[in-house]
Ligand binder design. Structure first.
Ligand code: P6P
Length: 331
């Protein structure tokens, strides 16, 4: 009888899960705990953002050409600090860092894992109190030799774990190590993430879709035909669907993961590879989506089969309920 029960803490869950792998060193478990701890610190600042001088922009742009908010920088620095000194991580790739960060401190010398993350996705929503999130994926370093970008350029089939933290009406950590997706809700009264969503599965079909209609002028025919299908009155097809678009990928993704749906961010003439980053946004969320029974695509292949070639490369993406992604690809 599994000792997994709703309400157990993240640490207790990880210990129980680890028992299923007698040869596990426990390093990945410790790394997941470090990420959980860093996210609690980030959560504390996100939750009081309106009260202290941590809102607003810092007057610089990141390599993406996007305005950097104070909370972006705080989240990035917090994650790097916990990972650098946690002893399980040998280096990181961050949306906020131009280059990979290889750790040379003593604690990181024997670390086997690398972490790729978007420290605070949805920054443009920070000042309006909409949900934002941290997205991460974990890979093993290729060898004990010097770490290079190639160690980070891994397909979604090679990652060891992926997850996100959603700073919303409640704060949730959702992750997978390849054996299903589990969600933990932060209980502020004890400061612990507690299991609230065991073995999350995305419904095969659903009544909602998520796309920014403001970019319709640049859509390809497939997206125009699919969204037209979504809005038709057709009982047999189960349409029309409801449009839900928050503009914060983690929040849109999390809703679809739970309720079913499809999220689409297409390519456009301005962004021929779309806006969202492959390594630390699309691959981790596609990994979770496929672990939860859904599908992901760049309109040619699964997001998990794209071979990364550049640290901040972007990709068009559609992911969500299996039948809705299949319908999208059928046009
Ligand atoms: P648009 C937030 O800035 C983000 O990177 C994702 O979280 C979100 O899905 C997307 O951009 C929204 O982009 O162009 O619709 O505002």
């Amino acid at each position: 009888m599994s000792k997994i029960k709703v309400g157990m803490t993240l640490d207790e869950f990880i210990i129980q899960e680890e028992k299923g792998y007698p040869n596990a060193s426990g390093d990945l478990s410790k790394l997941l705990r470090d990420i959980g701890l860093a996210s609690k610190i980030i959560n504390r600042e996100v939750n009081k953002a309106g009260l202290v001088d941590i809102l607003g922009k810092i007057g610089k742009e990141n390599i993406q050409g996007e305005e950097v908010f104070k909370l972006d920088e705080f989240a990035n620095d917090t994650l790097i600090s916990f990972l650098k000194y946690g002893g399980q991580c040998a280096g990181v790739a961050s949306e906020e860092e131009d280059e990979i960060q290889v750790f040379n401190n003593e604690e990181a010398q024997n670390a086997h894992y690398l972490v790729l993350f978007d420290p605070l996705d949805g920054s443009s929503n920070i000042d309006t109190n909409a949900s934002i999130g941290t997205i991460f994926s974990i890979v093993r370093r290729l060898s004990e030799d010097t770490i290079t970008e190639k160690d980070f350029f891994r397909t979604g089939r090679e990652i060891v774990a992926a997850g996100y933290v959603l700073y919303g009406s409640s704060t949730m950590l959702v992750y997978s190590t390849g054996n299903g997706v589990n969600g933990f809700t932060l209980d502020p009264s004890i400061g612990e993430f507690c299991l609230s969503h065991y073995q999350m599965k995305t419904p095969e079909t659903a009544k909602q879709f998520s796309v920014n209609y403001g970019t319709i002028a640049h859509w390809n025919q497939r997206l125009k035909s699919f969204t037209n299908w979504c809005t038709l009155e057709n009982k047999e097809e189960g349409t029309p669907l409801t449009l839900r678009y928050i503009g914060s990928m983690v929040a849109d993704f999390h809703r679809n993961l739970l309720k079913g749906g499809i999220f689409i961010y297409p390519a456009s003439p301005k962004s021929p590879n779309g806006k969202l980053r492959l390594l630390y946004e699309c691959i981790p969320l596609a990994f979770l989506q496929e672990q939860a029974g859904g599908l992901s695509t760049n309109e040619k292949v699964s997001i998990l089969d794209i071979q990364p070639e550049a640290l901040h490369q972007r990709t068009p993406i559609a992911l969500g309920s299996k039948k809705l992604v299949e319908k999208f690809l059928s046009f």
